[in-house]
Design a protein around this ligand. Structure first.
Ligand code: NAD
Length: 241
């Protein structure tokens, strides 16, 4: 199939599907200016994730942990959703998409207007105490202040390596994927377990939109190589046609 035929095919599937579930990863946000993790310019090309995004780092190297996440939170202040996020939100409003499950912690799907969003790796926009789990102000975390109630260190509400996924988000994503006629995966290398198994719960069609080949390509009915925002715009035009 040519790239154009693939887009036509996926456009038709989107129109015909009674229930489409979307799964996004870091590649969904690079066009908004947030680096992904594993590409050449990604966060992890400059540092080892095990040195910062872990429970161990939070407990034993809090300064490094804090500096990394404070910088990521500050960087988000200037970031806005791109056209691709808006298109997914409009598809939900038009009944074309049932839900978006995301590995991203940036909150951009909600900012673009998506309502049914399952944040599988939490959200960097919320902060809580690392011990008593009470909510705290983002500003307090940025200033390096401890929890007001128990005095322990604050942390963003993200899932660190070594932690389990939020149960409600996982359950909702599981059901959306299992009940989907069509699953569209966007901007992820599908290397992080267990999220990488979610798309394969469907008995329907599976589409992967990613800028580079992944080890999971063979498990999809159609793989479209390209930028998330651009591919979603092409698909949106085909659905309007
Ligand atoms: P990853 O870095 O492993 O893979 C991202 C993939 O997206 C790569 O294959 C890359 O080629 C592709 N890509 C980059 N730009 C793209 C674009 N414009 N269009 C299409 N594809 C593009 O990321 P992942 O698989 O999502 O890894 C998961 C981990 O990364 C998660 O734990 C997640 O929490 C974290 N993460 C989140 C953010 C965010 O919230 N925006 C940013 C970085 C990392």
């Amino acid at each position: 199939m040519t790239e154009s035929e693939k887009l036509d095919q996926v456009g038709r599937w989107l129109m015909e599907s009674g229930s489409t579930a979307v799964l996004t990863g870091a590649g969904m946000a690079t066009e908004s200016g947030i680096p992904d993790f594993r590409s050449r310019e990604g966060f992890w090309s400059q540092m080892d994730p095990r040195s910062v995004a872990t429970v161990d780092a939070m407990h034993h190297h809090y300064d490094t942990f804090h500096a990394f996440y404070a910088a990521r939170i500050r960087a988000l202040e200037k970031v806005r959703p791109h056209r691709g996020h808006e298109i997914l939100a409009s598809w939900e409003q038009r009944g074309r998409v049932r839900a978006v499950a995301t590995q991203n912690v940036d909150g951009l799907h909600q900012e673009a207007g998506s309502r049914e969003v399952y944040e599988l790796h939490g959200s960097i926009r919320s902060v809580r105490c690392s011990r008593c789990k009470r909510e705290a102000d983002q500003e307090a975390f940025l200033n390096g202040q401890p929890c007001l109630f128990c005095g322990r260190a604050l942390r963003p509400e993200i899932v660190l390596f070594g932690e389990t996924l939020p149960e409600a988000a996982w359950e909702a994503a599981f059901q959306a994927m299992e009940g989907a006629d069509l699953v569209v995966v966007i901007g992820t290398r599908l290397e992080v377990y267990p999220v990488n198994e979610l798309p394969h719960l469907t008995s329907g069609k599976k589409v992967l939109i990613n800028a580079e080949p992944t080890e999971a390509d063979d498990r999809f009915d159609v793989v479209i190589r390209g930028k998330a925002g651009e591919v979603l715009q092409w698909l949106d035009q085909r659905m309007d046609a």
